[in-house]
Design a protein around this ligand. Structure first.
Ligand SMILES: Cc1ncc(C[n+]2csc(CCOP(=O)(O)OP(=O)(O)O)c2C)c(N)n1
Ligand SMILES: [Mg+2]
Length: 316
């Protein structure tokens, strides 16, 4: 959780300096992100992210330098390594979910005991893809856990006007899924509820929808300015429920945490994050002609011509 928070702080500064791409921090949602990631097994389960779960994908085996390369625009080094059971981040809202259901169903048809965890936001739950994916998952009993992070915002659209439902978890019933609402700022509760849903899916008991109720303690992404639409009182109130401070207080009460340990871990994690950043920085930059690569096995003649013109130095 601390590694996620520290990475957010580091790369937001780099984005402001022009080095990093548009970035959506997980700040405030670390219990939700890490509690859910810890409940799946990187060796056999698959993770299907939206875009705000970066450290969950790292926990699931995606090297931090690989995902960092993506934000530096290095498309080759950003390729997900073979053997890492993580799908690429998805910015087209909810478009990851039909794929996630298909992936889970396919794993089951192959006789594997793997489970898929797929992330979605409160805003994403209003998309058609969300409903289609949940419906099919229920019908075929796909081994999948839909993990909905309700961070109260979809950019500037408040949860209050996102849906008339009083709980997103209730939507599970309409598709024959198990539904659960959990305090998304309580890492242990998130871990427990997600573990239960994963065990049920693995045992053939079918899919679940978990709503983790949390709060986006920052901007939507680095292009956003929430002071234009967010009540500062609501933000302050959310800060008083910081999920990292909460677990630190709990550990301190058990005698397992203090200021020295925090300082030592902070240094260690900053170094880990910096190492990943250095590796991503030293990775090969894309060449202009790479824009034509990795889409078609046999590119259409128009693209072949444009690529040749580019290499010739002509304007396409
Ligand atoms: C299909 C589609 N529509 C609109 C957008 C623009 N958009 C980007 S993020 C976002 C809000 C998503 O909110 P939510 O699902 O709650 O996720 P959060 O960003 O809060 O984690 C929207 C509308 C998009 N990327 N894709
Ligand atoms: Mg949201």
């Amino acid at each position: 959780m601390m590694k996620s928070r520290l990475y957010d702080q580091r790369v937001i500064a780099l984005q402001r300096q022009g080095e990093f791409g548009v970035y959506s921090p997980g700040t405030g949602q670390e219990a939700s992100i890490m509690g859910s990631a810890m409940a799946v097994d990187p060796a056999r389960d698959w993770m299907v992210p939206q875009y705000r779960e970066l450290m969950a994908t790292v926990h699931h085996g995606l090297p931090l330098e690989v995902i960092t390369a993506q934000y530096l625009g290095k498309i080759g080094p950003a390729r997900i390594p073979d053997g890492v059971n993580v799908l690429p981040t998805q910015v087209s809202i909810a478009a990851q979910l039909p794929h996630a259901t298909g992936l889970a169903w396919g794993l089951r048809l192959r006789g594997q005991d793997s489970v898929v965890i797929a992330y979605i936001g409160d805003g994403g739950s209003s998309e058609g893809d969300f409903h289609e994916a949940l419906n099919l998952a229920g019908v075929v009993k796909a081994p999948i856990v839909f993990f909905l992070q309700n961070n109260q915002w979809a950019i500037s659209t408040s949860r209050r006007v996102q849906s008339a439902t009083r709980s997103f978890a209730l939507r599970a019933a309409g598709y024959g899924l198990e539904g659960a609402e959990v305090d998304g700022n309580d890492v242990m509760a998130v871990y427990d509820v997600t573990s239960e849903a994963v065990a049920r899916a693995r045992g053939g008991g079918g899919p679940s929808l978990i709503e983790a109720v949390t709060y986006r303690m920052g901007f939507h992404n680095t292009t956003d300015n929430p002071s234009r639409y967010q009540d500062p009182k609501e933000y302050d109130e959310a800060r008083s429920r910081d999920p990292i401070e909460r677990v630190q207080k709990y550990l301190a009460a058990l005698g397992l945490w203090d200021a020295n340990r925090e300082a030592a871990l902070t240094d260690e994690l900053r170094e880990e994050n910096d190492r990943a950043l250095q590796l991503a920085r030293s990775a090969a930059a894309p060449r202009p002609e790479d824009v034509f690569a990795n889409v078609y096995q046999d590119p259409p003649p128009r693209l072949v011509r444009q690529r040749a013109e580019l290499l010739d130095g002509h304007d396409a």
